[in-house]
Design a protein around this ligand. Structure first.
Ligand code: AR6
Length: 177
């Protein structure tokens, strides 16, 4: 595990399954229709409860970059924050800005609910094909600016499922100060 301190904000990076996270909220990389799919969305739905899918669907559609909250059902996490990441179309369709918005919306919702900890997967870097290195730099910048703001969030976990994503994230967070 790599631990980075941004002022009072603790950021932990590790390889693992986000459905096992002990954070107060975990983030789901959903789609605008809020129709449960594969990847982390499928894993969260399997681990949470069959009750999640109908609730998730009822909250859609959402805009890309927006976030909504549901209970965590059987997860250790009390809440699931669902966001819709951008599909990578080459980088000229506001994908970087929209990915930053996803993280910002989730963090704003966590603050609204006075949560102290939140865990994120690598949003958009799976079937949506956002380049992992560029995504990691965006996440780094969002978290650095979060640390300069007033927020209830004290700990952010970046939970990467596969070794390659975990290594790229670690390298980016190690390179930047
Ligand atoms: N824990 C943490 N990360 C995971 C897990 C897990 N259990 N399972 C997969 N990942 P993706 P996207 C990683 O495709 O690109 C769905 O169908 C995965 O290895 O889940 O935002 C939705 O319904 C990758 O690093 O999300 C949408 O339609 C990261 O999570 C669409 O996919 C994101 O990959 C969203 O695509």
């Amino acid at each position: 595990m790599l631990v980075k301190q941004f002022k009072t904000l603790t950021v932990r990076l590790y390889q693992g399954d986000i459905t096992k996270s002990q954070a107060e909220a975990i983030v789901n990389a959903a789609n605008p229709q809020m129709i449960p799919g594969g990847g982390v969305d499928g894993a969260i739905n399997r681990a949470a409860s069959l009750q999640l899918a109908p609730l998730q669907k009822s909250l859609g559609p959402i805009a890309v970059g927006e976030a909504v909250l549901t209970p965590g059902f059987n997860l250790l996490a009390k809440y699931i924050i669902h966001t819709a990441g951008p599909i990578w179309h080459g980088g000229d369709s506001r994908e970087p800005e929209l990915l930053a918005q996803c993280y910002q919306s989730c963090l704003a919702l966590a603050n609204h609910h006075q949560l102290t900890s939140i865990a994120f997967p690598a949003i958009s870097t799976g079937v949506y094909h956002f380049p992992v290195q560029r995504a990691a730099v965006i996440v780094y910048d969002v978290l650095k600016s979060l640390a300069a703001q007033s927020t209830s969030v004290q700990q952010v976990d970046l939970v990467n499922f596969d070794a390659r994503t975990a290594q790229i994230y670690e390298a980016v967070f190690n390179e930047n100060q």
